[in-house]
Design a protein around this ligand. Structure first.
Ligand SMILES: [Zn+2]
Length: 293
């Protein structure tokens, strides 16, 4: 389901200097307890030829995430989650990352120009412009309520709206009223990424003892009904001047079943949507980790 410009709730701020963003994106790493098994599939080796598991960022380094779970992902799962993170960060948040000069492991790969769809004098055209001329913006989808919490069946479409925060910048190309630019939001990829972040965050905070994890097939891409587990339970999207992103966990009982949930607000600094995610079922008599396949 595409999002149209008219559905976007925009917040705007006139700024000429993005340097205040850099400290937000470059915070020192915070390490949790090592997992010593893959937090997605449960294996205790990285691959056949390597024992040491890879470190897992709760939120990708490329999005300014600084919380790390040491020894927490195998090669196969790392590739699956890495593809998802690359898709989101390279394709969907490229403008956000490039204009704000977010950390990248490959600075040489930073794009020299950014394609942008501009409507000017009533005519829409695609042009390539210098990143320094591009307005900084963050745009993320607003979802409906979590299917499991609202007792609605699993589905794969994403009816909804989105929210964007835009700082026009010194060389903004909005020359006259009516000028605009448009961008694409991929709600399916964003919701899977949010599921991965929620799963990893619960691991980092409390481990998975007595939790039956619900999100692993979704994170690894074998199912697509993310609206059943990821949604927006609130319409209040606060701005958090102290945090770039804001994460928390909570427990909820529905129909006699206890669930562990995470609340994920990516780019909360800019008042982006708050996502609620059902991460797992709480139960005393469950095995402590997902079994290796
Ligand atoms: Zn794995």
């Amino acid at each position: 389901m595409p999002f149209s410009d008219s559905q976007i709730d925009m917040k705007k701020l006139e700024v000429n200097d993005y340097s205040f963003l850099s400290p937000l994106f470059n915070r020192p790493a915070i390490k949790s307890q090592p997992a010593d098994r893959c937090i997605f599939c449960g294996t205790n080796r990285y691959s056949e030829s390597r024992a040491r598991l890879g470190d897992e960022h709760v939120i990708a380094f490329s999005l300014g995430g600084n919380q790390v779970i040491p020894r927490a992902s195998c090669h196969r799962c790392e590739q699956a989650t890495g593809r998802l993170e690359q898709h989101v960060t390279r394709n969907l948040l490229m403008v956000t990352r490039t204009v704000a000069a977010l950390p990248t492991r490959n600075p040489k790969n930073r794009p020299k120009t950014l394609p942008v769809s501009i409507q000017r004098h009533g005519i829409r055209s695609l042009v390539n412009i210098n990143p320094s001329d591009h307005p900084f913006f963050v745009a993320l989808p607003v979802f409906r309520r979590v299917g499991l919490l609202a007792s609605t069946p699993p589905e794969t479409s994403f009816p909804g709206t989105s929210r964007a925060f835009i700082m026009r910048g010194k060389d903004a190309f909005f020359k006259q009223d009516g000028d605009s630019f448009s961008f694409t939001i991929h709600p399916g990829a964003i919701s899977r990424l949010v599921a991965k972040i929620a799963h990893a965050y619960v691991w980092a905070k409390r481990g998975f003892d007595n939790i039956y994890p619900l999100l692993i097939p979704l994170i690894l891409g074998s199912v697509e009904h993310s609206t059943y587990f990821v949604g927006c339970e609130t319409e209040e999207f606060p701005f958090t001047p102290e945090n770039l992103h804001t994460l928390s966990t909570y427990e909820i009982t529905i129909g006699g079943c206890e669930y562990i949930c995470a609340r994920v607000q990516l780019f909360s600094y800019f008042g982006m949507p708050v996502y609620d995610v059902v991460v797992g079922i709480l139960a005393k008599d469950l095995p402590s980790a997902p079994k290796a396949p």
